[in-house]
Ligand binder design. Structure first.
Ligand code: SF4
Length: 399
């Protein structure tokens, strides 16, 4: 978006890319719009993203907003021509996202300098988990063809990027809409083979039940980062069913164990929702236990919030105070798990990929603060010795 806006000479406009995943995200988006407009009274305010896609009128009704554009439109260069974007009176330009059948590869480079670039290889989702609003913001699943992805990876490597991250809304469904229905594992194999200069490939979030055999196999390749974020959502079988997830508790535990057997140094992340409708204390305990059972290092704990129009919104809701309290307990268990993970590194020599300044990451995505690395080159790994941590990240010095 930034590149399109710059190419179109659109200077000074404020673009707010909203998220709809929780009601808190939508509230924050509205607050951001108000603040941005107050601080920049002359700038046009363009609102896009999932919350805008799902409820365009709500944003159009805000006096601070100049235009609301959809998730598909925001990625089209034409949208950003000032004459089109700011001209005319129609405030909402949002099409039916469910009608979009193709996705162009979106290259997000330079987010962490030259250390890491992100390629969105898949967008949308064909599942309909009962709590989730995402498909209404992103549409159905569609994939970027492998050849296009390989070309993008090549370009990023040529411009000096060390690591490429493959991202998607439902990444493991990559390929199901392409000819011959290739799977994500095939894509990863192809990238590694065709771009041998690529140093590190990272896979972002995956659906616990959709890993294909080729993907398991390729996780043993040292060029694939030893990290995986699992979309687990809950640890109780009945709640998983009510969420319309496709895995159960044992599937999650088996997956974590299998990944660890292939890649003993792997660190796992997970999303878990606290306070889903009908969740009993016992069911919640199963979520808490799952963190240890899967040995999760990086937990994203979400308090459940009903999303308009989803089936879970019509299920018996828990008291807000209970949801809040359980989310806090879940976060506390997550914080302990992270501490344990960080502890395991103290005293060890490691390679840290320098992001910028004094921050970097280990191959398993553990954040590191570098204490005396003035000469370290951003975007390249440096040897370091871990001396301690502050419960959120490691602290390293030159060995
Ligand atoms: S698989 Fe993920 S994105 Fe798709 S509906 Fe379920 S939670 Fe939402």
């Amino acid at each position: 978006m930034r590149r399109h806006a710059e190419d179109a000479g659109l200077d000074g406009a404020i673009i707010v890319n909203t998220c709809a995943v929780t009601s808190e995200a939508v509230r924050t988006a509205r607050q951001t719009i108000r603040r941005a407009a107050r601080d920049n009274p002359d700038a046009p305010v363009i609102v896009t993203g999932c919350a805008a896609q799902i409820d365009a009128q709500m944003f159009a009704d805000m006096p601070e907003v100049t235009r609301v554009i959809g998730n598909h439109e925001k990625m089209q260069a034409e949208t950003w021509k000032p004459v089109d974007l700011l001209g005319g009176t129609e405030k909402v330009r949002v099409n039916d996202i469910m009608s979009i059948e193709e996705t162009a590869g979106h290259l997000i480079d330079g987010m962490d300098g030259r250390a890491r670039a992100y390629i969105q290889v898949q967008n949308g989702c064909d599942h309909r988990c009962t709590f989730c609003i995402i498909p209404y913001g992103r549409g159905n699943s569609r994939s970027v063809p492998a050849g296009e992805v390989v070309n993008m990876v090549r370009r990023l490597v040529e411009t000096g990027h060390y690591e490429v991250v493959l991202t998607g809304v439902d990444l493991t469904s990559w390929g199901s809409d392409l000819p011959n229905q290739p799977q994500l594992g095939n894509l990863v194999q192809r990238i590694l083979k065709l771009v041998p200069e690529l140093q590190q490939l990272r896979i972002s979030s995956i659906d616990a039940i959709e890993m294909d055999e080729a993907l398991f196999e390729v996780m043993g390749d040292p060029r694939v980062a030893p990290f995986m974020h699992l979309s687990l959502q809950h640890g109780d079988n009945l709640i998983l069913k009510r969420m319309k997830r496709r895995h159960n508790r044992d599937d999650a535990i088996e997956l974590a164990a299998r990944l660890r057997s292939i890649r003993p140094d792997i660190a796992l992340g997970a999303d878990i929702i606290a306070g889903f409708p009908t969740e009993t204390e016992e069911a919640f305990q199963n979520s808490l236990a799952l963190i240890e059972d899967c040995n999760i290092a990086f937990l994203h704990a979400f308090p459940y919030s009903p999303r308009p129009g989803t089936p879970a919104e019509r299920m018996p809701q828990l008291e807000k105070s209970v949801i809040k309290e359980r989310a806090a307990r879940l976060r506390a268990v997550g914080a302990n798990a992270l501490e344990k993970h960080l502890d395991s590194y103290v005293g060890r020599q490691v390679d840290v990929l320098i992001e910028k300044g004094t921050s970097g990451r280990l191959p398993d995505f553990t954040p590191v603060h570098l204490d005396d690395f003035e000469a370290a080159e951003a975007g390249r790994p440096a040897r370091a010795r871990i001396i301690e941590h502050d419960k959120t990240r490691l602290k390293a010095v030159t060995p």
